[in-house]
Design a protein around this ligand. Structure first.
Ligand code: N01
Length: 513
């Protein structure tokens, strides 16, 4: 008989009564489910649960609004660098994107609209930061503790905390002494007007290539501090005229075809981006160098902007106007390393001090893919941090031996360098949903991936990593400190989807109720 822990607090009584009705309809045992995080993954999982008639879930979100990345990244120029027809949920397609690559606020509006459409607010608890999770072996339930000390129980936990969330602040001497405005791209100060000011940007990754061209026309002076130049390819962004959008709305098949075409193209290009195959990489490098020549006339500047690592080793940057920004009189590329930050500006190792009013840190994120997001204690009190000491690993990026009923979305080795992460996330959601339905139908108390299955899966992944470009000699957030890759999937998205989207009970140890 399924045991539903009594201490679970549903967000409101209507969610509880929905759950009971759905459970009665389906003739199966319902149980409480916790979703941690309300970004794309959490919202997608919640919608799929609702579509399946499962309403007994609570979403814990530490911030005061949903959206994750798209709530936080509001810097000028913030946009998706994957076409929106693919970077959206396949079961909630949106015909009205204004551009091929939509700006951040449109993506956030899309997520907010989904939350309203599916009435997810009644499941949401804002300001609820989970700081510890502990599994009860006898009862087979998880107790989540939030930062205020409140406890919440759930039979199944879906962890949707994301990997690129917490800003990485660079260790630069004197950073705290800067006298002007200082902020990270993911903590942009809305009220800080840059017009006519002297601005510095540290970093030249995916965030920087968006913010630099967006602010260059407004500011008096822009200094871009580059440590490692990256490969940039044209974005070929364009607006979708309202006539085309109406067509997408009227003929959903057209929208599906556009999605499929963009997805298929990204998969076909994939090997050029993820394989350690110098001949394929050379194709990408040639495309990028043509772009560099078209955008920058000054050969010395081109030399400084030209990367020296293999194409794809770091994330390929996508922009129609980043390199061209350096042709502007008010934009300076500083390729000498930073020595220190002083009250009035940034000093480079050649001794030059560039005086600045605002300093923007486009320095990326403390990647959370390779560590436990907070203390998690599984069967017999074992800790996830300890289990992941040698690097984060999970079966298909979702399930970890010793941590029953705990599923991770966007977990270890499930990121792509070449296509939309949501393709992977949707496969994970399908897998988790199958698992939950089987648990409900069969009255299972717990399911836990078999250690040997997880081991075999990860040994296979790490063997394949040797053929991937990410370890060909560059430094990136893809790699852990020991140089191993626990963030990206070494292959095509389609292959991952085929492997992961179905729940195979034989991979799991099952405890009947
Ligand atoms: O961060 P990054 P990001 N001194 O880590 C430099 C996603 N994303 O925020 O290359 C000087 O790529 C660092 O230099 P180096 C996307 O997955 C998606 O730009 O390490 N410089 C680098 O240039 C992306 O990959 C979208 O030598 C320092 C930069 O800071 C991920 O987020 C848009 C430094 C950090 O680049 C992260 O991108 C934006 C120091 N001490 C981002 N420390 C979409 O459109 C770091 N740097 C979906």
């Amino acid at each position: 008989m399924e045991h539903t822990p009594a201490a679970v607090v549903f967000s409101n009584s209507s969610a509880a009564s929905h759950a009971q009705q759905a459970s009665a309809r389906a003739g199966c045992a319902d149980f409480p489910i916790a979703i941690i995080g309300a970004g794309f993954a959490g919202i997608g999982a919640a919608i799929r649960l609702k579509q399946a008639g499962i309403h007994s879930f609570t979403m814990f979100e530490r911030a005061s609004e949903v959206g994750g990345t798209w709530r936080d990244n509001i810097y000028p120029g913030a946009a998706c660098d994957v076409p929106s027809h693919v970077y959206s949920l396949s079961f909630e397609q949106h015909p009205d994107w204004s551009r091929k690559f939509s700006p951040s606020d449109e993506i956030q509006d899309y997520l907010l609209a989904l939350v309203n459409k599916w009435r997810l607010r009644e499941h949401l608890r804002f300001g609820s930061e989970i700081v510890e999770a502990r599994f009860d072996d006898a009862g087979a339930f998880w107790t989540l503790r939030d930062k205020d000390g409140a406890q919440h129980r759930a039979r199944v936990v879906i962890s949707c905390v994301g990997g690129l969330v917490d800003p990485a602040l660079p260790e630069i001497e004197g950073l705290d002494n800067f006298g002007g405005e200082l902020f990270h791209t993911a903590r942009w100060k809305r009220d800080c007007k840059l017009n006519g000011l002297r601005v510095g940007v540290i970093g030249t990754g995916a965030s920087a290539v968006q913010v630099v061209p967006a602010i260059a026309p407004q500011v008096a002076k822009l200094c871009v501090f580059q440590r490692t130049p990256g490969w940039v390819v044209p974005k070929l962004d364009r607006s979708y005229p309202s006539r085309l959008r109406r067509l997408f709305a009227r003929f959903p098949l057209l929208l599906r075809a556009s999605r499929f075409f963009k997805y298929a193209t990204s998969e076909l290009r994939g090997p050029m981006i993820f394989l350690d195959a110098p001949r394929l990489s050379a194709l990408g490098e040639r495309m990028s160098l043509r772009h560099l020549h078209a955008q920058v006339r000054n050969p010395e500047l081109r030399r400084k902007l030209r990367p020296s690592f293999q194409f794809g080793c770091k994330r390929v940057l996508i922009s129609d106007d980043y390199w061209a920004s350096f042709e502007r009189d008010n934009v300076e590329l500083v390729s000498d390393a930073i020595q220190s930050v002083e009250a009035s500006g940034v000093r480079s190792v050649d001794g030059v001090l560039r005086e600045l009013d605002v300093l923007v840190l486009a320095t990326g994120f403390d990647v959370g893919l390779s560590s436990a997001p907070f203390p998690v204690f599984g069967r017999a009190g074992q800790s996830l941090a300890a289990a992941w000491q040698g690097g984060a690993h999970a079966y298909q990026g979702m399930s970890v031996a010793g941590f029953p009923n705990w599923f991770i979305l966007m977990g270890p080795n499930t990121g792509p360098g070449h296509t939309s992460v949501l393709v992977y996330t949707e496969a994970q959601i399908a897998h988790v949903l199958h698992a939950i339905r089987r648990m409900q139908r069969c009255g299972w108390k717990s399911i836990e991936v078999r250690p040997e299955v997880m081991q075999r899966y990860n040994d296979g992944l790490q063997r394949r990593m040797r053929n991937m470009v990410w370890t060909s000699g560059c430094n990136s957030w893809y790699l852990s400190e020991d140089g191993s890759n626990h963030s990206l999937y070494p292959g095509f998205a389609s292959e991952y989807v085929l492997r992961a989207h179905r729940f195979r009970a034989s991979a799991y140890r099952i405890e009947a109720g």
